[in-house]
Ligand binder design. Structure first.
Ligand code: ADP
Length: 853
C-alpha cells in the first residue's frame, strides 16, 4: 500500500499535503507541551525539595532519638528530596534532548513538504504545457488545411480557365505550392508533438509521479522513525517507575519495614526509666470544718434542709448514670466479642490490625466505664447511707439561729472576763436581743381558748440520758382534732419553731409544703432540733418507726404517752408540748371586712378580731405564692413583733394555722403617707410637715437603736394615723443587722431612695436609711412629688455619682434643706445618725412653735 500506486490522484495529493500540515501542527503542539512539562516538573521538584526540608525539621530536638518511626520518616524525607532531584534531572534531559530533536524534526518535515509540493507542480506543469502545445498545433493544422484547400481550389480554377500558361496561373500555382508546403510541415510537427506528448504522458504516470511519491513516502517514514525515538525519549524521561525511582521507593519501604512497634520505645524507655508513681492520698482537710460547730464533719455528707433535696436529685442522677453506663458497657462488650470472633475469617492484614485496634479501644472504653461506674457506685453508697440515716426525720436546718444564739450566750458567759472572748460585739448584741425576745411576753388581746391538756407527772430526760422533772403530759381527749391542739402550730416557719423549742423533749407539730405536697412534721428539741415527717401507710394510717394510727393526733399522743423515742437513731423522746405563742393567732379569730390596699404579696384588709372586736389591718399572702415568698412575707412579722414605738406600726399577730397566712397589725387609718401628702397638699402647713419629719426621725432613731436597717424608707411605706402621726411601716426588706451585704442581686431596689454605697456595693447600714430619710423629707416638703422628677433611675444614679443633689422643694426651711444635704453626703461616715437627726429636727420643730412638738 505505497504512496506511488495509491496517491496519484489530485484529491490524494491534496490529502497528502493536508496530512503533512497536520503533522506539523502536532509537532508544534508537542513542542509547547514538552516546554510546559519541563517547567512544571522543575517547579514540582523545587516544591518537593522544600517539603522534604520541612519534613526534616522535626529532627532538631532529641526527644525522638532512637525512634524507628522518626528514622523511617527521615529516610522518607531524604528520598523525597532524591525524587525531587531525579525529576529535575529528567526535566533537564527532556529539555536538552527532546526539545532540540523536536525542533529539527519540525524543520525537516516542513522542508520536505515544500520540496514535494514544488516537484509535483513542476512535472504537472510540463505535462500541462505539452498538452497545450498539442492543442495549439492541432488548431494550426486545421488553419493550414483550410488555406491549402483554398489555394488548391484557386489553382484548379485558373488552370481550367486559362489553360496551361499565364502569369496569373503561375502566381496561383505558387501560392498553392506554398500552402501545400505549410500544411505538410505543420502535419509533421503535429505528428512529432503527439509522439512527444504520448511519451511524456506515459512517463508522467509511470515514472515521474510515482517516483516523486515514492521518495516522499520514504522521507515521511524516516521522519516517523525519528519521531518515535523522540517519543521514547520523552517517555523515558517521564517514567516515574524507572529503576532510579524504584530504588527510591525501595529505600522508603525498607525504612518503613524497619519500624517495629515493640522496639519503638526501647531507647526511650531505657533513657527515661523511673520508678512507678507514688499513690496520691486525698484526705479531708479537717481545718476546713473547724468553725462549723459540728454541722460539717470530715468525710461525711451533710444532710440538712438546704442539701437534702440536692442529695436526692444527685442520687437519682447517679443511679440513672450508672444504668446508662452499664448499658453502654454491655453493648461494647458484645461488640468486642463480635470483633474477636470475626478475626479468624479476615485475611487482610490491615483489616486484622484494624479490628485488633478496635478491640483494644473498646476494651479501654469498657475499663473506663468500669472505673466511672465504681466511682458513681461509691458516691451512691455514701449518699444512700446518709439519707438512710435520716430515716423519716425531716432534714435538720442548716442554720439554726436559736441554737447558735444559745451557744453564743453560754459561750459568752463561760468566757467570763470577756477579754478572751472570740465573740464580736455584734454577736453579743444579737445574743442578748434574742434572749430578750425569748423572754418578752407578746402583746395579745385574746388568750388561747383551749389550753394544753393538764400536767402529768413524768420526768424529763435530756439527750444524755439524765432525767429532770417538769414534763407536761397530754391526755387523749376525744373529739379533738389536730388543729385544735395548742401544740399544733400550723405553717409556722421552721425558724420560729426552733426558737420555741428550747429544752430537750420540747415538741410541737406543724405543717410544711414540699414539692407542692403538704407534710405534717413533728419538731422536737433533742440535742439540737429534729424534725420528723409523719409517714403515711398504704392503709392511710400514720406512723414514724413504731405502730400506725388512724390520726396524726393519736400518733403524737401515743409517742408522748409511751415515752418511746420517735426513731431509734434520734432517740428523741417527747416531754413537753409547746403551745402556740400569744402572737400565733387562729385564722378564724380574724374576720376580714374590706380591702384597703394592695401589697407585694397580697391584698391588705380592714378586719376585726373575733374575741375583742378590735379593728385591725390584715396583710394577706396569696396562697399560690411559692414557699420562699411566704417565708419572706412572714419576715415582716418576725421583725415587727419585737418593736413597740408610737412611730412604728404595731404587730398584733400572725395567722399561720392555715392558708392564707396573714399578718395582723394595728390599723393606721390615714393610709399611706404618700397618698396623704398628695391629697392634702394644699392644706398642710410647714409646721405639720416638720412634725412628720420629726415622727419619722423618732421611729428611725428607735430602729437604729435596735440595730434594724429598714432598707425601704420612703413616703409610700409610711402610714398616717390619728392626729397625722406618721408611723413607719413595710418592713419586708428590713434586716436586723449592723451591716447587711446583699448577695442575691439587686432586684426591685428603690434606686432613687437608696444610698450610693448600697447601689454600688450592696452594703447596707443605718446610714443608708439616713440617705433615704433625706429623700423622705424631700418628699414631705414637696408634698408628694417624685424625687428626681423627669429622670430615669439610671440617669438619677449617674447624676448623684457626679455630685448632683436635688434642690430644696419650695418653702423648705433652710435648716431642713441643709439637713437633707447632710443626709446625702456621698460618704456614709459624713452623714449624721438618727440620734443627731432627731435632735436637729426637734430643735427646728420647737423653733416653729408647733404645739405638738
Ligand atoms: P407590702 O409590704 O406587701 O408592699 P404595704 O405595707 O405597702 O404592703 O401595704 C400596702 C397598702 O396597704 C399600703 O399602701 C396601705 O395603703 C395599706 N396598709 C398597709 N398596712 C396598713 C395598716 N397597718 N393600716 C392601714 N393601711 C395599711
Amino acid at each position: 500500500m505505497g504512496f506511488s500506486s495509491n496517491l496519484q490522484g489530485k484529491i490524494a495529493h491534496e490529502a497528502l499535503l493536508s496530512r503533512q500540515d497536520a503533522e506539523l501542527r502536532l509537532l508544534e503542539s508537542m513542542k509547547r507541551c514538552i516546554t510546559l512539562k519541563v517547567k512544571s516538573d522543575r517547579d514540582y521538584a523545587t516544591a518537593l525539595s522544600s517539603v522534604a526540608a520541612q519534613g526534616l525539621k522535626f529532627d532538631r530536638s532529641d526527644e525522638l532519638s532512637g525512634s524507628l518511626v522518626g528514622a523511617s520518616w527521615r529516610s522518607m524525607m531524604e528520598e523525597m528530596d532524591n525524587t525531587a532531584k531525579l525529576i529535575r534531572q529528567n526535566a533537564d534531559s527532556m529539555e536538552s534532548k527532546c526539545l532540540d530533536a523536536l525542533n529539527s524534526l519540525y524543520t525537516e518535515k516542513r522542508k520536505a513538504r515544500k520540496l514535494y509540493q514544488e516537484e509535483h507542480s513542476r512535472i504537472l506543469q510540463q505535462f500541462t504545457h505539452l498538452s497545450d502545445e498539442v492543442s495549439r498545433k492541432k488548431s494550426e493544422y486545421q488553419k493550414y488545411l483550410e488555406l491549402y484547400k483554398l489555394a488548391r481550389y484557386k489553382f484548379e480554377e485558373h488552370y481550367v480557365k486559362s489553360g496551361r500558361g499565364g502569369r496569373k496561373l503561375d502566381e496561383v500555382r505558387d501560392k498553392y505550392q506554398k500552402a501545400c508546403r505549410k500544411l505538410h510541415l505543420t502535419h509533421n510537427e503535429y505528428v512529432l508533438l503527439l509522439c512527444e506528448a504520448v511519451e511524456f504522458e506515459k512517463d508522467f504516470r509511470t515514472v515521474l509521479l510515482p517516483g516523486l511519491l515514492e521518495h516522499q513516502q520514504s522521507l515521511q517514514e524516516a521522519f516517523i522513525s525519528t519521531w518515535k525515538q523522540l517519543l521514547i525519549e520523552i517517555a523515558t524521561n517521564s517514567d516515574l517507575t524507572s529503576e532510579k525511582f524504584r530504588e527510591v521507593q525501595r529505600k522508603i519501604e525498607n525504612s518503613i519495614e524497619s519500624i517495629k512497634p515493640s522496639e519503638e520505645y526501647k531507647d526511650f524507655t531505657e533513657k527515661h526509666k523511673s520508678s512507678p508513681t507514688e499513690p496520691v492520698k486525698f484526705t479531708f482537710d479537717e481545718s476546713l470544718v473547724e468553725d462549723s460547730a459540728g454541722k460539717l464533719l470530715p468525710n461525711q455528707l451533710t444532710v440538712d434542709n438546704l442539701t437534702v433535696e440536692w442529695l436526692r436529685t444527685k442520687l437519682t442522677d447517679l443511679e440513672t448514670s450508672i444504668k446508662e453506663n452499664q448499658e453502654k458497657r454491655t453493648a461494647l462488650t458484645t461488640n468486642h466479642e463480635g470483633l474477636a470472633n470475626g478475626n479468624s475469617t479476615l485475611n487482610n492484614e490491615i483489616n486484622n490490625r484494624l479490628s485488633t485496634t478496635s478491640i483494644d479501644t473498646s476494651r479501654k472504653e469498657v475499663n473506663e466505664l468500669k472505673c466511672q461506674e465504681r466511682k458513681m457506685l461509691k458516691q451512691t453508697e455514701l449518699i444512700k447511707s446518709a439519707l438512710n440515716e435520716l430515716g423519716c426525720e425531716e432534714a435538720p436546718a442548716a442554720c439554726d439561729l436559736s441554737i447558735d444564739n444559745q451557744n453564743f450566750i453560754s459561750n459568752a458567759s463561760e468566757q467570763g472576763d470577756g477579754s478572751q472572748s472570740t465573740l464580736s460585739k455584734r454577736s453579743m448584741f444579737e445574743a442578748h436581743r434574742l434572749v430578750s425576745m425569748l423572754r418578752k411576753p407578746f402583746r395579745r388581746k385574746s388568750l388561747p381558748s383551749s389550753p394544753v391538756a393538764p400536767p402529768r407527772s413524768r420526768s424529763r430526760k435530756d439527750s444524755s440520758g439524765a432525767r429532770s422533772e417538769g414534763a407536761d403530759p397530754v391526755s387523749l381527749t376525744t373529739n379533738k382534732s389536730l388543729v385544735d391542739e395548742e401544740w399544733f402550730h400550723g405553717v409556722l416557719p421552721r425558724e420560729e419553731v426552733v426558737r420555741l423549742l428550747s429544752n430537750d423533749g420540747d415538741f410541737l407539730v406543724r405543717e410544711t409544703t414540699r414539692n407542692d405536697e403538704c407534710q405534717t412534721v413533728l419538731s422536737v428539741s433533742w440535742g439540737g432540733h429534729k424534725h420528723f415527717i409523719v409517714q403515711t401507710t398504704a392503709e392511710g394510717h400514720y406512723r414514724f418507726e413504731g405502730p400506725a394510727f388512724p390520726s396524726i393526733r393519736e400518733l403524737i399522743l401515743y409517742q408522748y404517752n409511751s415515752g418511746l423515742p420517735v426513731t431509734s437513731r434520734s432517740g428523741a423522746i417527747l416531754y413537753k408540748p409547746i403551745p402556740r405563742e400569744r402572737w400565733e393567732l387562729n385564722n378564724d379569730d380574724v374576720v376580714l371586712l374590706d380591702k384597703i390596699g394592695r401589697g407585694n404579696f397580697g391584698d391588705v384588709y380592714r378586719a376585726q378580731l373575733r374575741n375583742s372586736n378590735e379593728i385591725v389591718a390584715v396583710k394577706t399572702c396569696r396562697v399560690t405564692l411559692p414557699e420562699e415568698h411566704k417565708k419572706k412575707f412572714l419576715q415582716e412579722g418576725r421583725i415587727l413583733k419585737q418593736y413597740d414605738h408610737p412611730n412604728i406600726v404595731k404587730l398584733i399577730g400572725i395567722c399561720v394555722q392555715k392558708q392564707p397566712i396573714m399578718i395582723v397589725m394595728e390599723l393606721v387609718p390615714g393610709g399611706s403617707l404618700l397618698t396623704f401628702l398628695r391629697k392634702k397638699s394644699s392644706t398642710l402647713t410647714d409646721g405639720q410637715l416638720m412634725k412628720m419629719c420629726l415622727d419619722t426621725a423618732a421611729g428611725m432613731r428607735y430602729l437604729e437603736s435596735k440595730n434594724c436597717i429598714h432598707r425601704d424608707l420612703a413616703a409610700r411605706n409610711c402610714l398616717v394615723g390619728y392626729n397625722n402621726v406618721v408611723k413607719i411601716s413595710d418592713f419586708g426588706m428590713s434586716r436586723e443587722e449592723e451591716e447587711y451585704i446583699v448577695s442575691d442581686g439587686m432586684k426591685q431596689i428603690p434606686i432613687k431612695w437608696t444610698a450610693p454605697e448600697a447601689l454600688n456595693f450592696g452594703k447596707y447600714t443605718s446610714l443608708c436609711d439616713v440617705w433615704s430619710y433625706g429623700i423622705l423629707c424631700w418628699e414631705i416638703f414637696s408634698r408628694g412629688d417624685t424625687p428626681y422628677t423627669g429622670m430615669s433611675n439610671s440617669r438619677a444614679r449617674e447624676k448623684i455619682d457626679g455630685g448632683y443633689r436635688m434642690p430644696a422643694p419650695e418653702s423648705t426651711p433652710d435648716e431642713m434643706y441643709r439637713l437633707m444635704l447632710r443626709c446625702w453626703e456621698y460618704k456614709p461616715e459624713n452623714r449624721p445618725n438618727f440620734e443627731q437627726i432627731y435632735s436637729v429636727v426637734e430643735t427646728l420643730c420647737a423653733a416653729y412653735r408647733v404645739t405638738f412638738c
